[in-house]
Write a protein that binds this ligand. Sequence first.
Ligand SMILES: Nc1nc2c(ncn2[C@@H]2O[C@H](COP(=O)(O)OP(=O)(O)O)[C@@H](O)[C@H]2O)c(=O)[nH]1
Ligand SMILES: [Mg+2]
Length: 386
Amino acid sequence: MTAIPATGLSDPPSNAALLTAPGPAAIATIRVSATPQSLPPLCRLLSVEQLPTRQIFRTALRDAANEPIDDILAVVTHHDAHRTTIELHLHGNPWLVERALRELQQAGFERTAADAAFGTPPADALEAAAWAALPQMLTSAGARWLLSQPARLRAELQRMRGLSDADHRAACRTLLHELTVFDWFARSTRVALLGPPNAGKSTLMNRLAGSAVSIVSPVAGTTRDWIEAASEHHGYPLTWVDTAGVRDASDELERESIRRTQSILADVDAVILVVDGAQPTALPTISSTSPGKPLVVAWNKCDLSPHSDSPGSLALSDAAHPIVPCSATTGAGVDDLVKTLLAALGRAPDILERPGIFCPAHARSLLRAADSAQRIDPDIAQLDCG
Ligand SMILES: Nc1nc2c(ncn2[C@@H]2O[C@H](COP(=O)(O)OP(=O)(O)O)[C@@H](O)[C@H]2O)c(=O)[nH]1
Ligand SMILES: [Mg+2]
């Protein structure tokens, strides 16, 4: 009989890994990878005789005493003679998730990090940190950016070893500055649409959000409160905030809407000032309401009067803001408006090609090195970001 050659390779044990970020959430996903021997205890935990394949199913997750713990959705994502992989979608209460993982452990499932569940161990702590941060990315462009960072950072840290102390400090500061790139993808940038009533703010909001979320009406003052809608443009998560028009209001309800609009301004990252290009009349003085925030002027309704007053003649209190002719109704110029806004927010495409950090432990390490003669720990790639 031929002996099986001794190798370091063996089938991974049955295991369970939390795929979603730890902490409170609406849902949590646990991936369970089971050998055929582990299927009976798994079926008992999932209150089924057999695992249904090729369909998502709803079932009760039970503890060892057969008491239901949670009402869950489950789907078998892989099944062959050697291994079955199943994803369990639980409610996201951290205590509940912990309990479920413990029940699985007691049933013989080794508790592993998400990467092990995917079958490819991370190359180093940098890559592990990138995988751990992945659920925070709101768009696939963000996920691509994040997963390309470990290799870029490794190369940059290598390069920094050869730098003089002064250049080394500068390189640390640059890396710290680019921590914001992570935020671009992890948090939706809030943009307020502001301007006089009837300028087309709600129509523009609907176009930017890709659906009719805001009421459009020729009656001035239709948008009494504010409405938010999230969408993705050029890979960035953006949240549009439609506001009541800024003007002198006669009725109390509208005065209140306008007061709220002004309080929203404190809470947004940028402003689009919408102007009726067909009737460019009194303009609000935005610079005083949103000091320091990036602002782009949407010279709207250009479909009505393409040859009217050139936008250049717009008497803004601060002429430094870019002005983009567009039509919220036809969509003409709206992509240019978004691109101009992204540029005003500093989203230069070349920054995405540079190394950027994404983990607090790296930031702390860089911060120490940026302010002292201390060199960055050459083992930053091994720093635990947990
Ligand atoms: N022709 C044309 N009409 C528009 C455009 N944008 C908005 N409108 C119209 O202008 C009116 C006021 O629009 P609305 O979005 O409610 O303005 P808001 O008060 O600033 O929110 C509505 O009748 C819209 O159909 C545009 O780009 N072109
Ligand atoms: Mg409106």
